[in-house]
Design a protein around this ligand. Structure first.
Ligand code: SF4
Length: 423
């Protein structure tokens, strides 16, 4: 590989690593005659977890890390002194194809700093995707970042070649965005989100009438919010996420604990390390919204504007509502079983299916995968000694369940530990 391109790649991959919205789940496309490769859904592509717990991809790269904007929270801001590089459209296309053919990657996650103006930059991003698809018959996954402020025409064109498009909200409240990125506003973010939504919905309508009508961003759209750079509460963040999920094409909201990339700027907090526990709790709350039928105001409200960092949000909710427990595991409906701490979606389904054949007890639940260490205080079933949250008191259960820090507390090991794995 050309040494010059390799050097650029090093700089631009480093610059891209702070964007966490790179999961690729959502598209399944098998190999076709005349096309190169395939896209595998479910597992996501070209991402892995680096040692700092962040999602990175093998070819997660920026077109350029030059930027005309000076967003204080961003490593690529205009005023930052860092090595800069730009890949040409041709270089980026060749690089992607070379990596793809060697099986290093399954797709491309492409973002960019803004050069000249949003449309100038967006036009180049679109050209990369277009050349890959139309000239090189690239059939892998493409996730393009749409540039805030880009025109509807370019966003519409991008949707014809990309599997997923995303526009980052970055800062949940506009007044805080203005404080750190005075050249930006929420309108420039929400307008392209709307264009993407319209494109996806129109394409779905077209495809009902004409089987071969072009697909538009079949994996929908995603966005990212930075956590901890500004004073928003978890309530602010989750209410916005919940509103975004009301949009039919919004598949994922990512939360990125703020990495201190600008220690001189007094507008930003002096964080020794990113707030990864908070980031993890937000992901758990996000799962409750998407898969556990929780409403956002059940998770956070004026009385509890921030998530409890010591326990997961489902356990926190259950401890605030002891009057709803214990739940009879052999009689309760699916919705209520889902709300029991220690029971995930898979276990809840298995419980409903299994109890048709026999009454479930402690050992069957354990076999199903229920985390009995948590669930035991919230359920009724045969063979279980009755020491529920009501006898023990919520505070007593909490004391038993709060994790004691081990020798060296490593919050990166936290998972979505109410019975599900991360998407
Ligand atoms: S526009 Fe994007 S790349 Fe440029 S400084 Fe702001 S966040 Fe960073």
């Amino acid at each position: 590989m050309d040494e010059n391109v390799l050097n650029k790649l090093k700089i631009l991959a480093e610059s891209a690593k702070y964007d966490v919205s790179c999961s690729s789940s959502g598209t399944v496309r098998s190999n076709k005659a005349g096309m190169v490769g395939n896209t595998v859904g479910g597992w996501g592509i070209c991402h892995s977890f680096a040692e700092d717990g962040r999602c990175i991809s093998l070819l997660k790269v920026m077109l350029t890390n030059y930027c005309i904007y000076d967003c204080a929270y961003c490593i690529n801001r205009r005023s930052n002194d860092l090595p800069r590089a730009t890949l040409s459209v041709g270089e980026l296309v060749d690089l992607t194809m070379e990596f793809y053919r060697r099986n290093y990657i399954e797709g491309l996650f492409l973002s960019s700093g803004v050069v000249r103006n949003p449309d100038y930059t967006m036009e180049r991003l679109v050209r990369v995707a277009k050349d890959l698809r139309t000239i090189h018959r690239f059939n892998g996954y493409i996730h393009l970042k749409s540039i805030p402020g880009a025109s509807r025409e370019l966003v519409n064109e991008a949707g014809l070649y990309a599997d997923r498009l995303s526009v980052n909200v970055e800062i949940p409240k506009e007044e805080n965005l203005k404080l750190l990125a005075p050249e930006k506003d929420h309108k420039s973010v929400f307008a392209p989100m709307r264009y993407i939504q319209q494109g996806v919905l129109e394409s779905a309508e077209e495809r009902k009438k004409y089987r071969y009508a072009p697909r538009f961003a079949p994996a929908g759209q995603s966005t990212q919010m930075i956590v901890g750079a500004t004073a928003e509460t978890d309530k602010d963040i989750l209410f916005l996420s919940s509103a975004l999920y009301q949009r039919p094409t919004m598949r994922r909201v990512y939360y990125s604990g703020y990495v201190s990339v600008n220690t001189y700027d007094k507008r930003l907090p002096a964080l020794k390390q990113p707030p990864l526990v908070r980031e993890n709790r937000l992901y758990q709350a996000d799962w409750l919204l998407r898969f556990y039928q929780f409403k956002v105001d059940e998770i956070v409200d004026d009385a509890y504007p921030d998530l409890d960092l010591e326990i997961d949000p489902k356990l926190s909710w259950a401890l605030r509502h002891p009057e709803l427990f214990p739940v009879d595991i052999n009689k309760a409906d699916y919705e209520m079983i889902l709300r029991i701490p220690g029971i995930g979606v898979k276990s809840a389904r298995l419980i409903i299916a299994s109890r048709r054949f026999s009454k479930l007890g402690f050992y069957q639940l354990k076999k199903i995968g229920v985390v009995m260490k948590k669930a035991q205080y919230f359920i009724m079933c045969s063979e279980l000694p009755m020491r529920t949250v009501n006898e023990m008191t919520p505070q007593g259960v909490r004391n038993l369940l709060v994790r004691k820090p081990k020798k060296k507390y490593d919050d990166r090991q936290l998972t979505l530990d109410f019975g599900e794995e991360r998407e």
